[in-house]
Structure formats: C-alpha cells, structure tokens
Ligand binder design. Sequence first.
Ligand code: ZN
Length: 350
Amino acid sequence: MNLMNKFLLFFPKYLIKLFLIVSFVGIPSFSFSENELGVSTFMYHRFGEDRYPTTSVTKDQFQSHIKYIIENNIDVISLEKIISKLGNNEKFNDKSIAFSVDDAYLSFFEYAWPIFKKYKIPVTLFVSTDIIDSNTAGYMNWSQIKQFIDEGGSIGQHTSTHLHMPLNSKKFVKEDILNSHRSFIKNIGFVPKLFAYPYGETSLAIIELLKDLNISHAFGQHSGVISSYENHYYLPRFSLNKNFGTSDRFEFAVNSFPLQIDQFSPEDMFLKNNKRPLIELTLVDDLNNNELNCYSNPGGNWNSQEIIKISPLKFQIKLEEDFLSGRGKLNCTSKIDDKWHWFGYQFLVK
Ligand SMILES: [Zn+2]
C-alpha cells in the first residue's frame, strides 16, 4: 500500500470534510472527559530537504502550518509546560499544541528556527550528541546549538548514538545516555531535562532505566493527543513529513482531542515473544454508543481491526495478522459530539 493510501486510511476525505463543516458551524456543548481538550504535540525532522520525504516537510508545508496557527490564534505551549502540568497532576482544559524537532539537522537551524523565533513559537530540539560531536555535514554544530539556546530555544536529550534502545542491554544504554550527559555538560553546561526516544522505541526495562537516571518524562513518536491520563514515559507526538505534513492533516491533528485510556495491555511496548498480542484498552469515559475505530499495521498493511466490546469502557482489539518485526502501530479514534478523539500506540516487535 502506498503512502497516499495510508494517509487516506487515517484521514478519509469524508472525515476531513466533516471536520471542516464542524469548524464552520461551531462546536456543540462538550461533555466528554470533563472538558480535557489536550495538547496535540508535533515532531519535525528536516525542513525543505525534499530528497528525504520520509523525514522532511517542504518549506511550503511548514509555512502553511505556521500561517494556520498564527491566523487562528492557536495556543502553542512548550514541552516544559506539558511535563510540568503532568508532574502537578493538572488537567489540560485548554486546547493547545506544542512543537518539537528531532536530530538537529542544519535545515532546522537555517530555515525553520528563524520562523519559530520571529513568531515567538516555543520549540524543543532533541539532540543526539555523537553526531554533533563529530561535526557531521548537514547537522548543526555546538556553536549553533548554543546560539539556538541563547535565542530562546529549548533542548532535549535523544541519547548519544541514536540507538534502538530496547534492543540493547540496560548497561549499554545507560552508558550511552551518560555519554550524552557528559557531552551536554562539556558543550552547553547543563543536561537537558526533556527526553525523546530515538525512533520512538522503548520498553518497560528502558523506562526503569530512565527513572534510575532521574529522567521524569519521555516522548515517543506515536500519534495521539496528550491529556492528564498519559503515561509520563510514553508521550505521543504527531510526526510531520512530506506525506503526513499536508495542511489538511496538520489542521486535523491540531483540532483533535484526547481519547483517554485508563488501562492498556500488553503493558510492555517491546514485544519479544508474541507478535500478535491481545490488545485491551479501558477508556476513562463511556463513548455513549459512539463508534470506536482502530487501525493497525500487522503483516505490514494498514487496516481497520476487529474490536470486541467487553463492557461500556473496556475493548479488545483482535489483530488480523502477526506484527512484522520492527514498529507495530495502532491508532484508535472516536467521533464524539462532532469532535475527533485520538489514541495512538507503538510497539517494537522483535
Ligand atoms: Zn531521532
């Protein structure tokens, strides 16, 4: 299945049209989840590097995102504010969005940062230190990273070697993270508080390690809208690239809301033995007979999956095939009071 079909599976045209109609006729009174509207958090990599469509947005796409949030007065908050609210057990009652950029490509510094800066839009840059230490072409260098910080930018950790964390021993990953801390201290004088997993991949063992290292929150790269019910060590971010960075898709994600999950199993996002787990999720709020739809990519194809309702709040998702090795993804949505609510998850499959 090509990427456009994948896009349409996530964002069928009727769904985008419905969203556009809803936004013109106004929003009906909102009763679901006590008005917790959540934060749609975005992740970019490269800007205007059209040779890399899976990691780059075009300059036109990026400009359309910024134009949309400026013209519509969308509230953009920092990732620091997200983790501070989570840490204080606060609700996300106001609808807002947040921006992050991974890997510190030069195209961020040269093209996108001046635009973020001009409009005073907060953005966090997640940096893997080795590639910067070795002055690699196409990446920022430490003096540019320092300039970014001096000009108001926020920095986050992204390991030193950008490794697949769950596939390595805890000891090895620990040393990798500590190496990145040494580089941060040497080059910018502090260790950033924020953390993002390379490839969005983690496991319960890796989460335990982060706790040992006093890292309190971590971001993945699965779709979803952050609410107070989020796993602090698996915060979702919508990925933006050429195929998933169109203005329709961006605006749909900006205007999506959390689908709050109380319990989710399997508990470990790293599937070592079972390639076809029985997925169970328990919602915080009754969907009031609104439909739940879940899409996933077992066998390498994105399809709607069979859902069994166990109780008003509890659902089972039966995957139609085994997950292939690599990243297995799940996206569940429900349309409630004309608003789209979204929950996403990513497994790493051995
Ligand atoms: Zn990365």
